[in-house]
Design a protein around this ligand. Structure first.
Ligand SMILES: [Fe+2]
Ligand SMILES: [Fe+2]
Length: 206
């Protein structure tokens, strides 16, 4: 128990403070860095900061849910999806740096909050746990579609990253549903949308 706690705590510290690694090549890596106005660049960096923050939350949610899940197959799927989330983390982190931006200062807070939510979702049993995951991924997918509209046209490098993330999130949602995830009640979906709205508005600035 203590060993497991140390491993999980180490995972949390690395997520928030250490640079993430990617196995897959970074999407759009072969594209040239396009000329952009200062305001476009700042806007793109802020959007990518929001996305990075979302990936920090994803790490914590998956960690919490994997910890609580009773089913080894579900735990495996959660760990596998969370490895892809780690890549998203690496891609967005790198893109923020290329754009001259910085990561959200509130990341430790978002991580802690999301871990708590993941642990609670995990206690409800695997079918609700997976339903929560599927709904989260679907909301992230919709959010990334909005970001594809909002990113400057010239910023093809960021667009490639966001597009690949969107593809991955859609697959994560399908996996969770396929494993038996239940559809969440509308008020819960609404509350989740509200929480992510608060996070995105805050992370755009801080
Ligand atoms: Fe992701
Ligand atoms: Fe995902």
């Amino acid at each position: 128990m203590i060993d497991q706690a140390i491993i999980e705590f180490d995972r949390a510290l690395r997520t928030v403070f250490a640079p993430a690694q990617s196995v897959r090549p970074v999407p759009g890596d072969d594209l040239p860095d396009a000329a952009m106005s200062d305001s476009d660049r700042r806007h793109a960096a802020a959007l990518m900061r929001v996305n990075h923050c979302g990936e920090i939350c994803a790490q914590a949610l998956y960690q919490g849910q994997a910890l609580m899940s009773q089913d080894a197959a579900v735990r495996d799927e959660l760990r596998q999806a969370s490895r892809e989330e780690t890549e998203h983390l690496a891609w967005t982190e790198r893109r923020i740096a290329e754009l001259g931006g910085r990561k959200s200062l509130l990341n430790p807070l978002w991580y802690g909050g999301s871990l708590a939510i993941g642990l609670v979702a995990g206690t409800l049993g695997d079918r609700w746990n997976l339903g929560f995951l599927a709904e989260t991924e679907r909301q992230v997918e919709a959010h990334l579609t909005r970001h594809l509209d909002g990113l400057p046209d010239a910023d093809r490098k960021s667009r490639e990253i966001v597009a690949q993330m969107r593809t991955d999130e859609a697959r994560h949602a399908e996996i969770a549903t396929g494993l038996g995830g239940l559809p969440l009640p509308a008020p819960v979906r609404g509350a989740m949308r509200l929480a992510s709205r608060i996070m995105t508005l805050t992370a755009y600035r801080v």
